[in-house]
Design a protein around this ligand. Structure first.
Ligand SMILES: [Zn+2]
Length: 308
């Protein structure tokens, strides 16, 4: 079965050091715990070897415009050019920057980026703040999806959880019904709130990049049916370790494969739903007017009256 990993990072270490400047990293933040073992995973050949081991044909590589975990649009573009059959790039912009819509447009037109990744807590903004809505408008105009980090982070005091609530994305989904949106990490411990936003809004998807033991507990057949099997997208957050285990894409593929899901649901999660996120789906865009609904209801009442 074809498998696409919709959530992958490669960090641009050299430029990140420059971006960090004098920012001091608080002791004990969990992202540094497995740093030495994780660093070799930032080599493209390790990424491709992990994809091969897991049977993953393509990965979506995220740029991140934040001092920590920095990867520029140009860096992601260069990697995608090197491995065009294996990597798809998503851009990142600083949504508080006045030029953000223009930067996004040029990343899509000139660097062939297929989506936008935003990390509200690392980029220090509230996703429901109308001051950043210009970026969503531009994404909708360019017909590209927007991915939001939601839920907890391993960045300790460098981030505020108040900016990572999945419920903040409801405002974006309501204001931009044509914009395709993906939440991440099954909501990372905020999963009920994340599922609420996915269930409520036809334009919101969610990726599976949670801790492997969590996926088994959270992604039950009932919850999949409830929020929509066509809304769940396979992703792993490579190369992030989970708990104290080093990242291995195959663990995630095996975990999802062992959930006992029907073949068509697995195909959706592993590759079909990401196509809908990337390119949209005309059939799901069809809406019903209040008049059509009322006419249907009147027809039913008339038929029911005749039958009684
Ligand atoms: Zn991530």
């Amino acid at each position: 079965m074809e498998i696409v990993n919709a959530h992958v990072h490669m960090i641009e270490l050299e430029n990140m050091a420059r971006k960090l400047g004098d920012l001091s990293l608080p002791a004990g933040i969990s992202v540094l715990r497995n740093l030495e073992a994780t660093l070799p995973m930032l080599l493209p050949q390790t990424l491709l070897a992990q994809m091969d081991e897991a049977g993953i044909s393509k990965s979506i590589l995220y740029a991140v415009e934040a001092p920590i975990v920095y990867a520029s649009n140009e860096y992601v573009h260069a990697l995608c050019c090197k491995f065009p059959d294996r990597l798809i790039g998503f851009a990142s912009v600083n949504p508080k920057d006045r030029n953000a819509p223009a930067v996004l447009e040029s990343a899509v037109r000139d660097l062939d980026m297929k989506g936008l990744k935003l990390h509200p807590p690392l980029q220090d903004f509230f996703p429901d703040d109308h001051a950043v809505f210009g970026v969503y408008e531009k994404a909708a105009e360019l017909n590209i999806p927007v991915v939001f980090h939601v839920g907890t982070t391993p960045f300790g005091s460098l981030c505020r959880l108040s900016q990572a609530s999945p419920l903040l994305i409801d405002e974006v989904a309501v204001c931009f019904p044509q914009l395709r949106i993906m939440l991440t990490h099954l909501g990372t411990l905020w999963h009920n709130e994340a599922f609420m936003v996915v269930e409520k809004n036809p334009n919101v998807f969610i990726d599976t990049a949670a801790y492997v033991p969590e996926i088994k507990q959270i992604l039950t057949p009932d919850i999949i049916t409830r929020i929509g099997a066509d809304k769940i997208i396979f992703g792993t957050d490579y190369p992030m370790p989970y708990a104290d285990r080093l990242h291995r894409m195959k663990d995630f593929v095996d975990c999802i494969g062992d959930l006992g899901l029907p073949e068509d649901v697995l195909q959706g999660i592993f590759h079909k739903n990401i196509e809908r996120l990337l390119y949209g789906d005309a059939s799901s865009a069809r809406s019903i007017t209040a008049r059509e609904m009322l006419e249907k209801a009147c027809q039913f009442v008339g038929t029911a009256a005749l039958a009684s």
